[in-house]
Design a protein around this ligand. Sequence first.
Ligand SMILES: C[S@@+](CC[C@H](N)C(=O)[O-])C[C@H]1O[C@@H](n2cnc3c(N)ncnc32)[C@H](O)[C@@H]1O
Length: 277
Amino acid sequence: MEQESGIDQATQRALLDRVHRHTGIHMADRKWTLLQGRLRRRLQALTLESYADYLAVLESRPEEVGHFINLVTTNETSFFRTPRIWEHLWEHALPDWFRRHRGATLQVWSAAASTGEEAYSMAMLCEEFRELHPAFKYQIVATDIASQVLQIGRAGRYQGRNIEGLKRIRPAMADKYFQAEDDGFVVSPALRSHVIFREHHLHRRLDGAARFDIALLRNVLIYFDDEGQRTVLEHVRRAMAPEGVLIIGESESLTRLNVGFDFEQPLIYRRQENAHA
Ligand SMILES: C[S@@+](CC[C@H](N)C(=O)[O-])C[C@H]1O[C@@H](n2cnc3c(N)ncnc32)[C@H](O)[C@@H]1O
């Protein structure tokens, strides 16, 4: 393998550019050490001598792109991440929507779903809401650009830190919606039947989808530059129902971007009613 300190600048820049080309994620030059660390094991698995050789593989084998995307994305997530937004959904968004849309099915989009904890948190909340309001119906679409995390979400099988966290913060829900299996916990079939997992690049239009009443676009905008954020938000806006609720992550804000959403409270926005479809 190359002397790691001696990797040529052109290869570095080219690999950082490929991250942007394939995912829209903006990685400045100073992120090279991070990217290098993430790609190192892949080089070893392919028995490649250098990052330049890896770049050549990435350019010549389309099937490598999926591996690359799985490696370069940051997939950290947890159940009921940022408690405040789940309280808002339970106390305001779900009851408001149900009062105004009797007979309809609530459409939710978990738009950078990672391994599915966000989508299943939403499903648990909806199930609890349905116990109080048996006529309530919902459907959740969970999308991500990385195929590996989607596989975990589809399987609905969790072990370690995240499921332990759920047991700590919402023990009754963990018991009710997860069953112990081997060395992990599997989401109940009833919950899973409400969540569809799909691969989707947020910089593209989402085809054939319903108009979403709630879009969870959390902890993903931070990876894009301003232009990328505007592109993503325009696609998300078009996929949403008029007055749909958009929820973003704690380190994110839309205020500078002027993208057709009204601020409701920190992290919570509403699609402008007059925004064209
Ligand atoms: C830090 S996780 C956030 C997960 C979850 N939304 C949360 O807040 O806990 C970011 C996710 O965004 C996904 N992602 C990154 N770029 C993307 C893109 N262009 N299109 C779709 N998903 C993307 C990554 O694969 C990763 O799973």
